[in-house]
Unconditional design. Structure first.
Length: 654
């Protein structure tokens, strides 16, 4: 059962699409205080697990820490961080009873989940203007499915987007892109997508391409398509301020940019230098910005990634002026206090993504000025919605690949997400695994991390182990930062190992796609924590390094260096399957309990649940080359599997 409560004058985020009556009074569970902003308190039982929070730090069970929903451009995802790029305000408290809460509030929201006091959950925000949804159910899984049924269907990408994609910040010239494709194809490393980071643009201007490098861009797109490669360009939030640049001129003329209180366009520096932010919370501006994707769609592009849409700010005109004054004072010896030199360093570090800047600009929503910080978490959502709504107008017969960095619940209807700037750290491989089911609970099904790690230099073994997890994530992309070690899979020793792992992905696509579509069409999860399926099994409830994928398999990747295998917990008898480097598949029935399983760097393990089977095809080098006539069933004898399939292009009926 779902009940909706209203406090104050909430902003309509459109996260929930089912209309519901507002209940009288306060929820029967927990307590509400409106004395200082809004605070919800709830006493947790010792055995309660707290699930949810989508893209957030730490474990699947969120207990014992605090989290702040504030879409943040922070590339250092260390254990102490309380905010990442998404704001997904749905949690479930699951023990003897099962209750979910969705706090539909677009500003900063703090979750203290047994951090201050171990049994106390508090959720608080500065303004008591929000909708609170309370969902009671028979299990955490049941609560999740009820929540998913009111937020609308998850985004469905084209089938090619289940292939592998290569990316690197730094590919600039047509030759750079050609080289990558040639190496992948010559080495028979399967691939379907090549991502274009900011350097494809003309001076980092959205919806432009560098005219010197790509004098005939549609021809370049076609050249790639002839090699079964989809180019996927990045689009950033900030529109460069440059006289004569059509997008800038149109935005200025139409009043489509976010404004300061005095009505002038707010200016902030991002990659292109000074930019304006399109006011994607304003329906007219959203329609205008969305229509610009046509510049690339009409060149043959069928996929995009939206970035820097928290929105990220390197500095603003105001903050740089303030810094300038401070520097003058510092040089003149006028800075008060005992630590002027330290203060100088802090001032410099605080320039980017400064909360003061988020209070300096406004959205124009139905004629009302809304200060950005009060709706901060809706920016990435609405930038991606701009694109999604435009695709439905511009390419109604086609699915377009779309994923975003920043998000709020509601955006899951328009695109997927990638989890931003991780690092080539083993701990981030594990974080990637743990984020997956939480993201699914919040509706984000098309998800994945930068495989191999974005920041820092990767190692061959980390690249392989991370790829063995990426084999299962709907979005499967190797991406890395400029200046890091080259990370395309042909850069490493013994390329055959990478070829094999990529090949396993393509062998599994008939199953992975089928399970994705079943999850999307049925408001279900693609990745589930073990506790969702084995709620009475205390060990399963605590297991955070294994996941169920779809209804048939469990995955248990290796995430430590120099390990030749790992311990795995089987809540029931399962078939342990390994895809071996010679193309064969080993199977072994293992009884319920704890096992140490050997898994070499060039093997992909999975576990088939008792009595089930999955379809497996022969390896292919691109999604259209997967030959469904080669599909065989792998798993328990006499088991049956109903495979979902479609053309992978036509958008399914709503
Ligand atoms: C941001 C993105 C990253 C991209 C870089 C350059 O850091 O998160 O993926 O490579 O910007 O565009």
């Amino acid at each position: 059962m779902i009940q909706k409560y209203r406090y104050g004058n909430p902003f309509d985020t459109e996260a929930i699409i089912t209309s519901m009556e507002t209940a009288e009074g306060d929820p029967a569970v927990g307590s509400i205080s409106l004395s200082e902003g809004f605070t919800f308190s709830y006493t947790m039982a010792d055995a309660d697990i707290v699930y949810g929070l989508g893209e957030s730090n730490r474990g699947i069970n969120k207990r014992g820490y605090r989290y702040v929903s504030h879409c943040a451009d922070d590339p250092n995802h260390t254990e102490d961080k309380v905010s990442l790029y998404g704001a997904h305000n749905f949690i479930i408290i699951s023990g003897k009873t099962h209750v979910g809460f969705f706090f539909d509030y677009p500003g900063d929201l703090c979750f203290d989940i047994g951090y201050t006091r171990q049994s106390l959950l508090t959720v608080s925000c500065a303004d008591a203007d929000l909708f609170l949804y309370v969902i009671t159910g028979t299990s955490a899984y049941d609560v999740t499915k009820q929540f998913r049924s009111v937020i609308g269907r998850s985004y469905i990408p084209p089938k090619f987007a289940f292939g592998f994609g290569q990316s690197r910040w730094g590919y600039r010239t047509a030759e750079d892109f050609r080289t990558v494709v040639t190496k992948y194809r010559n080495e028979h490393l399967p691939i379907d997508m090549l991502y274009m980071d900011i350097d494809y643009m003309d001076a980092y201007k959205d919806f432009t391409v560098n005219p010197e490098e790509f004098p005939d861009f549609p021809a370049f797109v076609a050249e790639m398509q002839a090699q079964k490669i989809h180019l996927v360009p990045i689009i950033d939030a900030g529109v460069k301020i440059e006289d004569g640049y059509d997008i800038y001129e149109e935005g200025k003329k139409g009043g489509y940019f976010c404004k300061r209180e005095d009505g002038t366009d707010f200016a902030a520096a991002v990659w292109p230098g000074m930019t304006h932010f399109p006011d994607v919370l304003n329906p007219d501006a959203r329609e205008w910005f969305g229509s610009k994707y046509d510049v690339l769609l009409s060149a043959g592009i069928d996929g995009f990634w939206n970035d820097m849409n928290e929105p990220a700010i390197f500095y603003s005109e105001e903050s740089i002026a303030e810094l300038d004054t401070f520097l003058q004072d510092y040089l003149d010896g006028k800075v008060e206090g005992t630590q002027p030199h330290w203060i100088l360093g802090t001032q410099l570090g605080a320039l980017a993504n400064n909360p003061a800047d988020y209070r300096r600009f406004y959205h124009n929503i139905n004629g009302q000025q809304v200060r950005h910080d009060t709706v901060h978490n809706l920016f990435g959502y609405n930038m991606t919605r701009a694109a999604g709504e435009a695709f439905a107008r511009l390419a109604p017969d086609k699915r377009i690949l779309m994923f975003s960095r920043s998000s709020y619940i509601g955006m899951h209807r328009y695109g997927g997400i990638w989890t931003g700037d991780n690092k080539s750290w083993w701990s981030h491989l594990l974080l990637n695994l743990k984020q997956l089911p939480s993201l699914n609970m919040c509706g984000f099904l098309y998800v994945g991390a930068d495989l191999g790690g974005f920041g820092c230099d990767t190692t061959r073994d980390l690249a392989l182990r991370w790829l063995a997890l990426g084999v299962f994530t709907p979005l499967m992309r190797n991406h890395t930062a400029i200046g890091t070690r080259e990370q395309e899979y042909y850069q490493f020793e013994d390329i055959a190992d990478f070829r094999h792992l990529l090949g396993v992905r393509y062998r599994l696509i008939p199953y992975l796609y089928s399970e994705y579509m079943k999850a999307a069409l049925g408001n279900d999860l693609y990745f589930k924590p073990l506790g969702f399926v084995y709620p009475d099994d205390a060990i399963a409830r605590e297991t955070e390094d294994q996941l169920l994928l779809g209804n048939e398999i469990m995955i248990a990747p290796v995430y430590t260096q120099n390990a030749s295998g790992r311990y795995v917990y089987l809540p029931e008898e399962m078939m342990f399957v390994k895809f071996l480097p010679d193309g064969s598949i080993s199977t072994e029935i293992l009884p319920q309990g704890v096992h140490y399983v050997k898994i070499a760097l060039n093997e992909v393990p999975l576990f088939i649940r008792k009595g089930r089977c999955i379809p497996v095809a022969d390896a292919a080098e691109s999604v259209p080359e997967i030959d469904s006539s080669t599909i065989q069933m792998l798993g328990y004898e006499d088991a049956a599997y109903e495979r979902y399939d479609d053309d992978g292009v036509t958008p399914p009926e709503i």
